[in-house]
Design a protein around this ligand. Structure first.
Ligand code: DHB
Ligand code: FE
Length: 315
C-alpha cells in the first residue's frame, strides 16, 4: 500500500528562483531566505520519498485567463519548465508518475471530486521554486530526486475553491494514495503564500500575525482554517494571500494529529511573506524526531514497542 508520510508547506516567490539561478544565494537578502531551508533539505535527503504530490498554482503559464481549471492533475510522464517573467528556469524537466496519477484521478473522481486530467502541461515557478527549496539546486541536465505528480489549483481567477473544499480534496487524495497497491512513500506539498499583495493600492501588504496564526492552526487545528471564507484571506492576507488555501489540500491528506518537525518564516522576499512548515504523520518510529534520536535510544524504544505488541498477543 502507498502512504503519505509527510507534508510540506512552502512559499513559491519567483524571485527566489531567479536568485538561485543567478548565483545570488550568498547575498545577505537571499541568504536569510535560503538558510531557512537548509534543515529542510537535510530532512528531505533523509526522507527519500518515492514520489511527491505537489499542490501549486499556475500563473498563466500553462493555462490562461481564457481557460482555467479549478483542479488540474498532471498525469503526463514529464512536465517541462514553463516560460516566466525571467524566462524558462534552467531546471530539469519534472518527471511524472502516470500510473499513480491516473489512479488518484480515478479514485478522487469516484469520490465526487471532478478533476481536469492533464496529459500535457508545463510547470512554472509555482512548482519549481518549492522543489528547489526542498531538493536543493539541480542542474538542468540532471534529474530531480523523485518523480512528481502536479496538482494545479486555480487561485488566480475568481472564483477559487474554498478552503474547506481544498481540505476535503486532501482527504480524498489520501484515500486514493492508500488504495494504490504498490509500497510507495509519498510526500505532499502545499505551496504559495503566505500573505502578499502584488498590485493595487495595497501592494506590498504583509500580515505576519495572520501568517503565524495560520501556521499554528495548520499544525494543530486545520478544521478551523478550513472554515475561513475567501473574503477573509483577501482582506487580511492580501489578494494573492488566497494562494494559502492550497496548503489545506496538503493538510487534509495528513493525519488529524501530526508532528510539526520544522517551521520557518521570514519577511519579505520580493513582496511576499515566506512561510515554510514540515509536518509528519505519527507512524511509530517513522517521524523525523524519532529518527534523529541516537541509535541506541532508538533500538531500546523499538525493543520496548515490540515486546508491548507481543504482550498484547498481536504477533
Ligand atoms: C510574487 C509572489 C508570488 O506568489 C508570485 O506568484 C509572483 C510574485 C512576489 O512576491 O513578487
Ligand atoms: Fe504566486
Amino acid at each position: 500500500m502507498a502512504r503519505i508520510i509527510a507534508g510540506v508547506g512552502s512559499s513559491h516567490v519567483p524571485a527566489i528562483g531567479a536568485a538561485l539561478d543567478n548565483g545570488k544565494t550568498e547575498e545577505p537578502y537571499w541568504k536569510r531566505v535560503f538558510s531557512g531551508f537548509e534543515k529542510s533539505q537535510a530532512w528531505m535527503r533523509e526522507l527519500k520519498p518515492d514520489v511527491a504530490i505537489i499542490v501549486y498554482n499556475d500563473h498563466a503559464s500553462a493555462f490562461s485567463v481564457e481557460m482555467i481549471p479549478t483542479f488540474a492533475l498532471g498525469c503526463a510522464a514529464e512536465f517541462p519548465p514553463a516560460d516566466e517573467g525571467w524566462g524558462p528556469r534552467p531546471v530539469p524537466v519534472v518527471e511524472g508518475y502516470p500510473a499513480l496519477a491516473s489512479h488518484i484521478a480515478q479514485s478522487v473522481i469516484l469520490d465526487e471530486f471532478d478533476l481536469t486530467i492533464c496529459n500535457k502541461m508545463e510547470v512554472d515557478h509555482g512548482m519549481t521554486v518549492p522543489m528547489n527549496l526542498l531538493f536543493g539546486k539541480v542542474g538542468k541536465n540532471s534529474h530531480w530526486p523523485c518523480p512528481v505528480i502536479p496538482l494545479a489549483v486555480n487561485v488566480v481567477m475568481y472564483p477559487p475553491p474554498t478552503g474547506h473544499r481544498c481540505y476535503m480534496l486532501g482527504r480524498a487524495i489520501r484515500r486514493a494514495v492508500e488504495s494504490y497497491p504498490d509500497d510507495l512513500r509519498v510526500v505532499i506539498f502545499g505551496t504559495g503564500g503566505l500573505s502578499h499583495q502584488i498590485s493595487g493600492p495595497r501592494a506590498g501588504l504583509i500580515n505576519s500575525k495572520w501568517d503565524k496564526n495560520f501556521l499554528d492552526n495548520l499544525s494543530k487545528n486545520p478544521k478551523k482554517l478550513a472554515k475561513i471564507p475567501h473574503i477573509d484571506y483577501m482582506r487580511e492576507a492580501g489578494a494573492e494571500g488566497i494562494e494559502m488555501v492550497m496548503w489545506l489540500i496538503m493538510r487534509g491528506a495528513l493525519d488529524a494529529k501530526v508532528d510539526e518537525v520544522y517551521r520557518f518564516y521570514t519577511v519579505p522576499a520580493s513582496k511576499t511573506a515566506v512561510g515554510h512548515i514540515i509536518l509528519e504523520n505519527r507512524k511509530r518510529g517513522s517521524s523525523w524526531a524519532a529518527r534523529s534520536k541516537p541509535a541506541a535510544k532508538r533500538k531500546r524504544a523499538a525493543a520496548r514497542a515490540t515486546s508491548a505488541v507481543r504482550r498484547s498477543g498481536k504477533r
